[in-house]
Design a protein around this ligand. Structure first.
Ligand code: FES
Length: 573
């Protein structure tokens, strides 16, 4: 049943024949709009995370205009609302601290104003989960407009990938293998267009997940930011959201347990960022669906990784688009998906895949020739991580996936930076580097420090990977035998806090095991000696964050924002 104009949520603000209705209409007219521009029309919010420092979204001012064009065409009234421009590049101590801020802001922007439906504009890592979390909680018709990846980087005829090639060439520079001039040229060539990181990092992973969840138009997540198809997709979002309002198609009508399983399956098939686990748990929580880390591992074990994309493979997102994009990949793994899952298009996920084709099997591999027979992420448990830890085995040197080594412990990131290149550091290629106090509360904000730099003296010996363990996250563009998200974190006394230099640590990815080989009596002694550190923040958002953030295995949402009782709509008088 289609809504009628007087059933629109915005009608309560703009339709009343009273002093309040007069006020709302007269102020809309203040912007130069006539009654016929907005009366009886769905008011569509365009929540835009543009800023001069959110470099991945530098095309969003244009895209907002293109969304508006579609909204006008379909008979809606578009209003642009700026939102916290969480960006991966500049925000400290970690943009992860501000994901929940953006989620809260999105929810309240929509709740407090006369909005009927929303186009969410994001792409840089945390913006996708932040915007979607808020929209799921508010549960108004919503469509996600992904920023699209930037073009391939280029240097001296070589293709450069965001993040991955920064780490790679930084290691070569520290090893003395490239010059300052080379380094400067790489800086010029690695980010050469609008759009988010173009490796299969967190941004590409989360936008692919948004599409698989059914929250974008089919095919939207793979279109490069500067492609004219991207602008046309933006206009289509504007047209479609107006229809969604009349049809009253809301996020929680679309999202189901199946759609989250589909999203995890896609995450494994693309070799997605480890960060996706945290975000998916939080997104599902907003929809009232409980995801366990074990489910990720189960799905990983039956899902081949078929996207040959860096950092686990060879190619970049631009190649992925030309090879057919996410729709083509999902079609390859169709048998592992619930293709009846709903999407914002009004069609099922499966119907959106019907015309998809793979154009380059080097980039999107056939199921019989995967990049890896298993998915891109493994979940580990053991006395060092009772609530779990994760690793991306496809991005690590295989010889390290079963490893026993002695710990070299850094008590925080400053300690790491101060000592990692000290020639006297007692470390060799078999050592296990351990970083403490880098989790949700310890970092704070669980920064992407999990790809610990290797000691220079080992780099010059040719070592390029070692086992590294932390309660931090790592960038989706990072690589290496990095065990991440160790839960509970060391800052609150998790077992990672009890590791000492020289302890033996066992990593066995096939057995999903992470063990500290120290006897229970000794661990009990160390636990008795452990002293909590003072909180990082006494006031402000940091204090709110510290009081309410959950651990990594729970999604790092705020406890009071997880699904629960509905928040009432405000009175409009
Ligand atoms: Fe924005 Fe990587 S810095 S996605």
């Amino acid at each position: 049943m289609k809504k009628t104009p007087d059933q629109l949520r915005s009608h309560r603000w703009l339709g009343g024949n009273d002093e309040r209705g007069f006020g709302h209409r007269s102020r809309t007219k203040q912007m130069g709009y006539a009654l016929e521009d907005f009366q009886g029309k769905p008011v569509i919010a365009i929540v835009n995370t543009w800023s001069d420092l959110t470099t991945c979204h530098s095309h969003f001012r244009d895209r907002a205009q293109e969304v508006k064009r579609g909204v006008w065409q379909a008979g809606g009234f578009p209003v642009e609302l700026p939102a916290m421009p969480v960006n991966e590049t500049y925000m400290k101590p970690s943009p992860m601290m501000y994901r929940n801020f953006l989620a809260m802001e999105t929810e309240e922007l929509l709740r407090s104003q006369p909005i009927d439906g929303v186009v969410l504009m994001g792409g840089c890592d945390k913006t996708t989960p932040g915007l979607l979390m808020g929209a799921i909680s508010m549960n108004l018709p919503a469509i996600y407009l992904p920023a699209g990846p930037m073009l391939r980087g280029n240097w001296n005829g070589k293709v450069l990938g965001s993040g991955s090639d920064v780490w790679k060439f930084w290691a070569e520079k520290r090893a003395g293998n490239i010059s300052d001039c080379d380094w400067s040229e790489i800086e010029d060539g690695i980010a050469r267009s609008p759009g988010h990181c173009m490796t299969m990092g967190t941004a590409s992973t989360m936008t692919a997940i948004a599409e698989t969840l059914g929250m974008t138009l089919p095919g939207a997540s793979s279109i490069p930011a500067v492609d004219a198809n991207h602008a046309r997709m933006a206009t289509s979002c504007g047209r479609r959201i107006v229809e969604m309002v009349w049809d009253d198609l809301k996020p929680r009508d679309i999202l189901s347990e199946s759609s989250f399983k589909n999203a995890i399956t896609a995450d494994m098939a693309i070799g997605g960022s480890t960060n996706a686990i945290i975000h998916l748990v939080a997104l599902a929580g907003r929809a009232g669906i409980h995801l366990e880390l074990k489910q990720f591992d189960e799905i990983s074990q039956r899902t081949p990784m078929i996207a040959n994309l860096r950092p686990s493979g060879e190619y970049l997102m631009e190649d992925f688009y030309y090879a057919g994009g996410l729709r083509a990949l999902l079609k390859q793994i169709r048998g592992l998906l619930d293709v009846d899952a709903a999407t914002v298009s009004g069609k099922t996920l499966g119907e959106g895949l019907d015309t998809a084709r793979v154009f380059d099997e080097k980039v999107i591999r056939p199921l019989q020739q995967p990049v890896s027979a298993l998915g891109g992420t493994a979940v580990l448990y053991g006395n060092l991580a009772p609530d779990g830890a994760v690793i991306k085995p496809t991005a690590a040197e295989p010889r390290l996936l079963q490893h026993v080594g002695r710990a070299v412990v850094f008590k925080n990131y400053d300690d790491l930076l101060a000592r990692i290149d000290d020639d006297a550091l007692p470390v060799d290629q078999h050592s296990v580097l351990v970083l403490q106090n880098a989790g949700p509360l310890g970092g704070p904000g669980m920064p992407e420090w999990g790809m610990l730099p290797l000691p220079r003296k080992l780099l010059t010996q040719g070592v390029r990977d070692m086992v590294r363990i932390s309660d931090a996250r790592m960038s989706g563009t990072s690589y290496g035998a990095c065990v991440l998200h160790v839960s509970p974190e060391s800052f609150i006394g998790g077992p990672l806090a009890l590791v000492r230099d020289g302890d033996l640590i066992e990593l066995d990815v096939a057995a999903r095991k992470l063990e500290l080989r120290v006897n229970d009596d000794e661990l009990a002694r160390r636990r008795a000696d452990w002293k909590p550190q003072p909180p990082h923040y006494e006031r402000g958002f940091g204090a709110l964050y510290a009081a309410h953030v959950t651990q990594a295995d729970k999604g790092c949402d705020f406890d009071f924002l997880e699904a629960g009782a509905e928040t009432p709509d405000p009175a409009t008088h």
